[in-house]
Design a protein around this ligand. Structure first.
Ligand code: ADP
Ligand code: MG
Length: 141
């Protein structure tokens, strides 16, 4: 298995509900390393750009409004198979469908207000990390 980096976002509900510590604890207990992190309040343009692939979906405006409703924690996670591993730790998009013990099962309210984002492929991870951490992004050591 390859060492990968992936983008996690603790969404506004996770920050607002004081779940940052528990979520980072889940990542660290699973063997993922925090390589970079920053707390930011996204602008509408930043959220729209980040979720551009969903711009034609009916939930797009709701998603952008939610993602700009308060600060988010942007995190670069690193580890073996980190992209898929993070997706497993997150659980399904809809918390009602998420496995027991996953972050979304533990903390998410709904399919929209679902506590965490995680890159879904190597291409998405590279694009999303560059989007928030810069195009020359790579944390080593
Ligand atoms: P995931 O975050 O699991 O990769 P998607 O990429 O399909 O899920 O969707 C991106 C985000 O858009 C979701 O995490 C969720 O916040 C929101 N979303 C997806 N589907 C819906 C929906 N049917 N209603 C409201 N919000 C949704
Ligand atoms: Mg997605």
């Amino acid at each position: 298995m390859a060492i990968e980096q992936t983008l996690s976002i603790i969404k506004p509900d996770g920050v607002r509900n004081h779940h940052i510590g528990q979520i980072i604890s889940i990542f660290e207990h699973a063997g993922l390393t925090i390589k970079a992190a920053k707390l930011v309040h996204l602008t509408t343009k930043q959220a729209e750009g980040f979720y551009a692939e969903h711009s034609q979906r009916g939930f797009f405006r709701e998603l952008v409004d939610f993602m700009t409703s308060g600060p988010v924690l942007l995190i670069c996670l690193e580890g073996e198979n980190a992209i898929a591993h993070n997706r497993e730790l997150m659980g399904a998009t809809d918390p009602a469908q998420a496995d027991a013990g996953t972050i979304r099962k533990l903390y998410a309210e709904s399919k929209g207000v679902n506590t965490v984002h995680g890159s879904d492929s190597a291409g998405s991870a590279a694009r999303e990390l560059a989007y928030f951490f810069g195009s020359a992004f790579e944390f080593v050591g």
